[in-house]
Design a protein around this ligand. Structure first.
Ligand code: UDP
Length: 252
């Protein structure tokens, strides 16, 4: 355990429109999270796409969270393009959906304890059941929906504490999930808290992930839009993000 703590080296950071994002590959992100688990103190992990950058620019509380997060992974074709344009390229996409899969795999292999929090009632539990079929030894020690009211919150925090997870995966949408995790970080005492957006919907089979070729072509947003037309707001933000990068982001 100690050696993992000692091996900590600073992660390379890109700055897109003033928002820091780590230039990590999936394997480096997972290694960083394993170090956080070994350290035992609370850490916040954010998966940042173009929309996350725009949210940060309009929401000082979220901007501060991202500035102070322990790991910010690069997600989405728009953000990867911005990295290339600003001559601070990201090595690959490290998305929330893929991180969930790898964390469950690591739990299966190494016994890490995971807690799923978020999505509509029964979705987190269905995601848990489906992932356990693939990784039967994974320790998914709790699954709770993300539509609780304020007076249910302290019981929920107590439940998470008692389950003693190493990783709390929070799927309540950005920036709600990050703000909630940060607000309760001391009470929760979980070494890794990570916002994973709509990932449980994917593993529960509520929404289908885009085929690999579409993910690789940078058109996953189109697939998401067809599945859920309410995502139009996010898609409309993409040209807005591109415009801001083209007009305001310095090229190193
Ligand atoms: N959600 C939740 N509690 C809420 C609002 C949303 O658990 O109060 C869930 C919702 O059911 C969905 C996820 O949060 O599973 C948000 O998914 P989305 O793809 O919109 O995430 P984003 O890309 O905005 O982070």
């Amino acid at each position: 355990m100690e050696s993992a703590v000692q091996e900590r080296i600073p992660l390379e950071t890109a700055t897109i429109l003033g928002v820091p994002i780590h230039r990590v590959r999936m394997q480096e992100a997972l290694a960083a999270m394993e170090r956080f688990i070994a350290e035992r103190t609370p850490h916040l992990v954010i998966t940042a796409d173009a929309n996350a950058v725009l949210i940060a620019l309009n929401d000082p509380e979220f901007h501060m969270l991202i500035q102070n997060a322990d790991l910010i992974t690069p997600d989405g074709a728009g953000l990867l393009w911005a990295g290339r344009y600003c001559r601070q390229p990201f090595p690959e996409r490290v998305s929330g959906v893929d991180l969930v899969w790898h964390l469950v795999r690591l739990s299966h292999e190494r016994g890490y304890r995971l807690f799923f929090l978020g999505a509509a009632p029964s979705v987190a539990e269905r995601a848990r059941q489906n992932l356990l079929q693939q990784f039967p030894n994974a320790q998914i020690v709790g699954a709770q929906h993300g539509y609780f009211c304020p007076d249910e919150e302290s019981a929920l925090i107590q439940q998470i504490r008692e389950a003693q997870p190493d990783v709390l995966l929070v799927a309540m949408g950005m920036p709600r999930q990050e703000k909630w995790a940060h607000r309760h970080r001391e009470a929760l005492g979980v070494p890794v808290m990570i916002g994973v957006g709509g990932s449980f919907d994917v593993y529960a089979g509520v929404v289908k992930r885009a085929p690999k070729w579409l993910q690789n072509s940078g058109l996953e947003w189109l697939w998401r839009l067809i599945q859920d037309p309410r995502k139009i707001r996010k898609v409309r933000n993409l040209p807005r993000f591109a415009w801001r990068v083209l007009t305001q982001a310095p090229r190193k």
